[in-house]
Design a protein around this ligand. Sequence first.
Ligand code: FMN
Length: 178
Amino acid sequence: MDAIFQRKSYRGAYLPDPVPRADLTTLLEAGLSAPSGCNKQTTSLIAVDDPALLREIFSIMDLPDCKSAPAVICVLTKHIAAYRDGWGKERCYSVQDYAAAIENILLEAVQLGYQSCWIEGHVTDADEQGKRIAEMLAVPDYYELVAVLPIGKAAEPLQSVQKRPFSERAWFNRFGQE
Ligand SMILES: Cc1cc2nc3c(=O)[nH]c(=O)nc-3n(C[C@H](O)[C@H](O)[C@H](O)COP(=O)(O)O)c2cc1C
């Protein structure tokens, strides 16, 4: 619960200290350990710590807030069916799969003293930044790059957003019942 409560979307500057490969590997393992629908493991990950590649990614993303991050984790998904239901309809859980992987990474990042932010809107908008980043990283076209997670130590204070009260969003036994 400590990591869950401490996690915030961080959009400030990062300290220049590189993220050790051992920590990046731990973060990748955290992501890959997430559950996936029918264990299809549709999520793949690329940790980028090469400064030249980071510069190129940030020039494509045009997000001033995370430009100083010393590493990013790129989240890739493969849209494959988990199973076909009794009516012949294909069920694909790739979105849920990568969401679970991202949350694992964000929580482990907090545990290791790093900050991050789930950046998906920016990379999957109509200007297709994700597609351009994927091309740059030689990602095969049967994967879609759906999110980028900057990783690094915060150089600025964290900001909290207001969450609606528990009693407005969670109940026992019946909707709305305390
Ligand atoms: C699916 C999804 C997409 C998101 N995309 C972006 C994004 O493109 N850029 C960004 O700055 N934050 C993005 N966020 C972070 C949310 O804005 C953030 O989680 C929300 O404001 C709540 O703040 P908190 O993470 O500090 O609790 C995204 C979060 C989710 C779950």
